[in-house]
Write a protein that binds this ligand. Structure first.
Ligand code: NAD
Length: 244
């Protein structure tokens, strides 16, 4: 049987790495996208190909740069001829006090977390429409729904924007492409490694499960949403926060 093809943006570490690994486990050919981490991308490609007997393509592209996104999509089509699933995972969070936050911080955050997913969805979506089939899954955050922090005011706005983008893309790409959104709460990744210990303890106490999620717990929901078992799930936002 022909293997499905998935592109996960920002997939050399953290949640993106867990997601692309779970797709490889499920037999997909995978496209690992990275911005700077060439070495990690090479290692991951080798590991996934050797362990799961699939093909992995690595592509350097900044999701906020239109020409790089266009080139990435073309490279995937040249190699695999199609894209079945897109996961818009790449994201950044700049932690700074409210008073120190600048217009440049806002612009950078919105460029990567919101305009990036728009660009990648636009160019991948065009290919999926030709195939009359596809799934797009956006990785937002509960910071875009119900847990807000003035120290990440622009991140929170970008993640709320990504939920809105999900709804619009679901309309734009109907009936061929399902567009859904996953909103994780706190997850154990590098992104949170610099947060003060006391803050992490306070937040952990607010979580009903009394712990952060592991990246694999997010990944398994993403691969389910991408599967044919979830074909009727569309335009949905799924919170994964352990209760908060
Ligand atoms: P992470 O920092 O470990 O990984 C983010 C990845 O995105 C990195 O590999 C990074 O290189 C890549 N990236 C950043 N800018 C990029 C760009 N312009 N182009 C291409 N790649 C780029 O973070 P993570 O915790 O794994 O987060 C993954 C996603 O999940 C993000 O969108 C994040 O906002 C979201 N999220 C994380 C948490 C959490 O608690 N960790 C919670 C909710 C949502």
């Amino acid at each position: 049987m022909e293997r499905k093809v998935v592109l996960v943006t920002g997939s050399t570490r953290g949640i993106g790495k867990a997601i692309i690994t779970d797709f490889a486990i499920k037999g997909y050919n995978v496209v690992i996208n990275y911005k700077n981490s060439e070495f990690e991308a090479q290692i991951l490609k080798q590991e996934l190909e050797d362990t799961y007997n699939i093909e992995a393509l690595i592509i350097k592209a900044d999701v906020s740069k239109e020409n790089e996104v266009k080139e990435m999509v073309q490279q995937i089509i040249n190699k695999f001829g199609k894209i079945d699933v897109l996961v818009n995972n790449a994201g950044i969070a700049i932690d700074k006090e409210f008073e120190d936050r600048t217009v440049e911080d806002w612009q950078l955050t919105l460029n990567v977390n919101l305009i990036g997913p728009f660009l990648v969805s636009k160019y991948v979506g065009a290919e999926m429409l030709k195939q009359e089939n596809g799934k797009i899954i956006n990785i937002s955050s509960t910071n875009g729904i119900n847990s807000f922090f003035p120290t990440s005011i622009d991140y929170d706005a970008s993640k709320a924007g990504l939920i809105n983008l999900t709804h619009n893309l679901a309309i734009q790409f109907a009936p061929y492409i399902n567009v859904n959104c996953i909103a994780p709460g706190w997850v154990n990744t590098e992104m949170n490694k610099c947060l003060p210990k006391e803050f992490i303890e306070e937040e952990t106490q607010k979580i009903y499960k009394k712990r952060f999620a592991e990246p694999e717990e997010i990944a398994k929901v993403v691969t389910f949403i991408a599967s044919s078992d979830a074909d009727y799930i569309n335009d949905e936002v799924i919170k994964i926060d352990g209760g908060y």
